[in-house]
Each structure stands twice: as C-alpha cells, then as structure tokens.
Design a protein around this ligand. Structure first.
Ligand code: SF4
Length: 56
C-alpha cells in the first residue's frame, strides 16, 4: 500500500525532494500518487511534522 499524507502537512516540500519516484505532488496539503509510490518510506522518515503514514 502507498503512503499517505495527513492534515499535519504544512506543505514544506521536504518529502517531494526525497521521493525517488516523483510520486508526491504539491498542494495546500501535498499528496502521494498511489500508483507511483513504491512504499519505500523515505518520505515518512524525512517529514519534519510526522505527517506521512503508511496506507492501510
Ligand atoms: Fe515516494 Fe517512497 Fe514516499 Fe512512496 S514511500 S511517496 S515512493 S518517498
């Protein structure tokens, strides 16, 4: 399952810069394309606000 970005997101852009597949899109809250995400967890490890969690 793809990772998901929660309401804790402050749109800092950290995750987008580290995602190896370009799965993350900008927005008021950033979002992850589930078809592009490979579940590596890099974004969650780097998020300063712990806004990214594994999908269910
Ligand atoms: Fe990108 Fe990996 Fe995060 Fe998926 S888990 S959005 S592939 S950094």
């Amino acid at each position: 399952m793809a990772y998901v970005i929660t309401d804790n997101c402050v749109a800092c852009g950290t995750c987008q810069a580290v995602c190896p597949t370009g799965a993350i899109s900008e927005g008021d809250i950033y979002s992850i394309d589930p078809d592009t995400c490979i579940d590596c967890g890099t974004c969650a490890e780097n998020c300063p606000n712990e806004a990214i969690i594994p999908g269910e």
